[in-house]
Design a protein. Structure first.
Length: 89
């Protein structure tokens, strides 16, 4: 993992830790991809990862190549406490 990526993920964890410090036990990360609900098909996903989870490459899906998205998806599913993916047409 590059130092730049590690720094980015640490900043994300700082945000998570602020939420956990408020007494919350779970954070659901969400993302969507597609034309948007008014313009065409869209895929929406949500995932709850363990507090200590750090997955290289987790980012907005539009900022990740298809190949990397597939690798990150597999890692997310392997580590997820819960997840869901829906396709809307």
């Amino acid at each position: 993992m590059t130092e730049k990526e590690l720094d980015r993920l640490k900043k994300l964890k700082e945000i998570d830790n602020e939420i956990y410090s408020l007494g919350k036990n779970y954070i659901c990360g969400i993302d969507e991809a597609g034309r948007g609900p008014l313009a065409g098909p869209v895929v929406v996903a949500g995932v709850i990862l363990p507090k200590e989870s750090v997955i290289e490459g987790v980012n907005d899906s539009k900022k990740v190549s298809e190949k990397k998205r597939e690798r990150v998806y597999e890692e997310i599913i392997k580590n997820a406490l819960s997840y869901g993916v829906r396709h809307y047409r």
